[in-house]
Design a protein around this ligand. Structure first.
Ligand SMILES: [Fe+2]
Ligand SMILES: [Fe+2]
Length: 260
């Protein structure tokens, strides 16, 4: 009986073919694979374009922190520091301090319903921030004390998700698309040092297969489709998306500064 290749296996196989090239081009190819070439989630062309092209327009896919990771420029101590703060901002912070809290306080029914869906996804098969803690341990790292950087990022995300519903949905879409690229890139970068742990840990499979971040982004698009009525609404969604990418870029930049 032949084993079916997992989504992570396929990603890493592709990465191993391309990884010896110029690092910016490697990032470009990963972005194309994960974001540009995916199936169109929406019937609205502007929304598909937002999902596929916008992050690239910001050059976010080649931000210096991601390039350092892909180029294996971090020693173990710096990698541990990066992963810890990333956990506090994008793992624990996102799940416990952003979507969980906004879900309790939002008074917009469509956004509440959407957040409920994402909250359920983030619990399967158990809370993803806890699974990410297991990754940290599996790689031989210890979770370091939280820095103000991730607190600021959480505050920014909280504002983005609590803003008016168009902005909030655009922000959420930015976070979901970014997470797909971010987690894929992290899996590839870490596979250089920890190939077995990355290819077998369920954290990566959960997020990288089509029912992971790709589906979250699709669900976000479908909610946005139902809501949009005017050009003004579209512009507000796009603004929310841009804000999420900028906030994430700032978070990564600030972590990188502590590693110099
Ligand atoms: Fe997750
Ligand atoms: Fe997600």
């Amino acid at each position: 009986m032949c084993e079916v290749a997992t989504a992570v296996d396929s990603l890493l196989e592709y990465y191993n073919q391309i990884k010896h090239g110029n690092v910016n081009q490697v990032a470009e190819k990963l972005y194309n694979l994960r974001i540009t070439s995916r199936e169109a989630p929406s019937s609205l062309p502007w929304l598909n374009n937002l999902l596929r092209d916008r992050l690239h327009k910001h050059d976010h896919h080649i931000n210096p922190m991601y390039i350092d990771l892909l180029a294996n420029r971090l020693d173990k101590q710096r990698l541990e520091a990066f992963i810890s703060e990333y956990y506090w901002g994008s793992g624990y912070g996102f799940q416990r301090e952003v979507i969980n809290l906004v879900y309790k306080t939002t008074d917009d029914e469509s956004f509440k319903e959407y957040l409920k869906l994402i909250l359920i996804e983030e619990q399967k098969p158990r809370p993803h921030y806890m699974i990410f803690q297991e990754v940290i341990t599996a790689l031989g790292f210890q979770l370091k004390q939280r820095k103000p950087i991730s607190l600021k990022f959480v505050q920014n995300q909280h504002e983005g998700y609590s803003s008016n519903v168009y902005h909030a949905f655009g922000y959420a879409l930015g976070i979901e698309v970014e997470a797909d690229y971010q987690i894929s890139l992290l899996a590839c970068a870490l596979s250089n040092l920890y190939p077995d742990e990355i290819s077998t840990h369920e954290y990566f499979e959960i997020h990288i297969d089509t029912s992971g971040e790709e589906m979250h982004a699709k669900e976000t698009c479908l909610s946005i489709e139902k809501l949009i009525q005017s050009e003004q609404d579209i512009q507000t969604v796009i603004f929310g998306f841009d804000t999420a990418i900028r906030d994430t870029g700032t978070f990564l930049h600030e972590i990188r500064e502590t590693l110099q």
